[in-house]
Design a protein around this ligand. Structure first.
Ligand code: FES
Length: 244
């Protein structure tokens, strides 16, 4: 049987893995059969991109992709020339090596029966390229948290906003949600809802004072359009916005 070699991925298989593939099943199914959690938000119907993989070896031995798969791949985060949807990859004849794009997998946090993600198998620490908090924002958040006894941090998520699309939602954290991403910024705990992180990656949270005005400001590189009042916005990557 052909083998599927997985390159290490911090959340899915930190050590990498090699599995024997049943050619009658898709690559996605083979991985799931081997307890390797690969997202499959559309239940493998070629209607999402969450099972996106990059085939680094053996790409030329694969069956050609269908038009549907090509159309869907156009919407994938981190598209590369050797990208494929693992749920559409069948009939392997040769060994292949695949790599999971980091961002795709974090996009939708579905829990599938028998495959619940746990805190232990999800490394949900914020990295520097995920989110940063400026010194002035740390000072401001620190005062906010101090003024709310019992709070252990701030939780950031996105909510629908009628005006233009999304708005930021900030709340005090009294009880941590284990699925949240967590970062400690100079002693301030910031939690980000797991499904919101994809839209917040690369954001700097800053605190700006301009005369009598002062505001927490999200400098989010993923935002494309803001409404006139600046309260809500849309994202540049529409396929991801559609998954809100
Ligand atoms: S699981 Fe949705 S396209 Fe593969």
């Amino acid at each position: 049987m052909p083998k599927i070699t997985l390159l290490p991925h911090p959340e899915i298989c930190p050590e990498g893995a090699v599995v024997e593939a049943d050619p009658s099943k898709s690559v996605c199914e083979n991985l799931l059969d081997n307890n390797i959690f690969v997202e499959h938000a559309c239940e493998m119907s070629c209607a999402c991109t969450t099972c996106h993989v990059v085939v680094t070896e053996g790409f030329d031995t694969l069956e050609e992709s269908s038009d549907d798969e090509e159309d869907m791949l156009d919407k994938a985060w981190g598209l590369e020339q050797r990208s494929r949807l693992s749920c559409q990859l069948r009939n392997l004849t040769n060994d292949i090596t695949i790599e999971f794009p980091r961002y795709t997998i974090n996009m939708v946090s579905e829990i599938h029966p028998g495959q619940e993600r746990t805190v232990e198998n999800k490394q949900n620490s914020l990295q520097r390229d995920d989110f940063i908090v400026s010194g002035s924002a740390v000072n401001h958040l620190s005062k906010m948290i101090e003024s709310n006894p019992g709070s252990c941090g701030i939780r950031i998520s996105l909510k629908d906003s009628g005006c233009s699309g999304f708005a930021y939602d900030l709340n005090y954290v009294k009880e941590k949600d284990p699925s949240d991403y967590h970062g400690n910024f100079s002693g301030i705990n910031v939690y980000i809802k797991d499904t919101s992180l994809i839209f917040l990656r690369g954001t700097e949270l800053d605190f700006i004072q301009d005369g009598v005005n002062q505001n927490l400001v999200f400098k989010n590189p993923n935002v494309e359009n803001e409404c006139g009042c600046g309260e809500s916005f849309t994202f540049s990557n529409k396929p991801y916005a559609e998954l809100k």
